[in-house]
Ligand binder design. Structure first.
Ligand SMILES: NC(=O)C1=CN([C@@H]2O[C@H](COP(=O)(O)OP(=O)(O)OC[C@H]3O[C@@H](n4cnc5c(N)ncnc54)[C@H](OP(=O)(O)O)[C@@H]3O)[C@@H](O)[C@H]2O)C=CC1
Ligand SMILES: O=C(O)[C@@H]1CCC=N1
Length: 263
């Protein structure tokens, strides 16, 4: 793979770094980490042989440059490094919204691959949607994220907005639902600690169900005995299409925000 630069070790950057260290997808000796402040994941990488904030001349060897900063920060963050960065480095953007063409222009024509990962990459159990204008850049994205995520390749860049709304944001929706389930359990009489343990463990248990080949309909059917307790709950949850409506509004709002970020 060659040297890989990670710029930004925040919520997602640290998850990516943890995944790489866990799987060895990027050898620590090949890692160059740029971070304005000290981060535990970066310190762990340093202890394993990575370079953290080395003199910028080190970027001359970069094969890939991963932008892990916020969409509002990347232009400013690229300014000081640009003249040092290898001319052939592939730019790997995990930023929501920002278009590949815009990033390529900012990086003076370098190839760009856009990735939309989930934070599950930390446990090498992420999902990563990949889009690139050229196959070589796409392959760099696959090499970096394939070992830490299930990868889904897109042909159309515009569909990344939808992938972001469904997958990039998705873990937060499930955590929010789990919290609501725990709260409802408390209302129904459970102690708060028991309610949270049950809701979290149920999320893990349900996730194990989707590891198999069964359709979502079949998985639901297996839990919902005809005329039974689950069916009563599902009917209440879906009354007048309430669940579909609320999920659709979440996805639509996230697509709108991602589109806004694309300028
Ligand atoms: N969080 C998520 O689940 C996902 C996030 N993304 C994308 O990932 C990107 C990062 O998001 P997230 O991790 O949530 O945001 P965070 O704010 O947690 O992380 C951004 C990091 O960028 C660092 N940073 C700022 N300026 C520089 C610079 N000049 N050089 C190096 N590092 C810099 C900040 O450092 P410091 O802490 O020192 O200020 C911070 O740690 C965004 O573009 C977002 O769209 C995509 C998919 C999922
Ligand atoms: O909330 C965000 O903007 C980022 C992008 C997808 C998940 N987190």
């Amino acid at each position: 793979m060659g040297k890989v630069v990670l710029q930004g070790v925040g919520r997602l950057g640290s998850a990516i770094l943890e995944g790489w260290l866990k799987t060895g997808a990027v050898a620590p000796a090949d890692l160059i980490i740029l971070s304005p402040s000290e981060k535990p994941a970066a310190e762990q990488a340093r202890a394993m042989g990575a370079q953290v904030n080395p003199p910028l001349e080190a970027l001359a060897e970069a094969r890939a440059f991963v932008i892990g900063v916020k969409p509002a920060k990347w232009v400013e963050a690229s300014r000081s490094i640009l003249s040092h960065l290898n001319r052939n480095a592939v730019i790997v953007s995990v930023m929501a919204g920002v278009r590949g063409e815009t990033i390529s222009e900012g990086f003076v024509g370098r190839s760009v691959v856009r990735i939309m990962p989930t934070t599950g990459v930390a446990q090498a159990r992420g999902v990563a949607t990949i889009w690139a204008a050229d196959d070589a850049a796409r392959q760099v994205g696959q090499d970096l994220f394939g070992p830490i995520a299930e990868t889904v390749h897109l042909d159309e860049e515009d569909v990344l907005h939808a992938a972001t709304a469904v997958s990039g944001c998705g873990p937060a929706y499930f955590f929010d639902f789990t919290r609501a389930l725990a709260r409802a359990g408390v209302e129904a009489g459970l102690e708060p600690e028991a309610a949270e343990r049950l809701a979290r463990a149920t999320l893990r248990s349900a996730a194990a169900g989707v590891e198999g080949p069964d359709s979502l309909d079949a998985l639901i059917d297996r839990v919902a005995s005809p005329g039974g307790v689950t069916q009563a709950g599902l009917i209440a949850m879906n009354e007048n299409g309430a669940l579909n409506r609320v999920v659709q509004s979440a996805v639509d709002a996230a697509v709108a925000k991602s589109t806004e970020l694309s300028g």
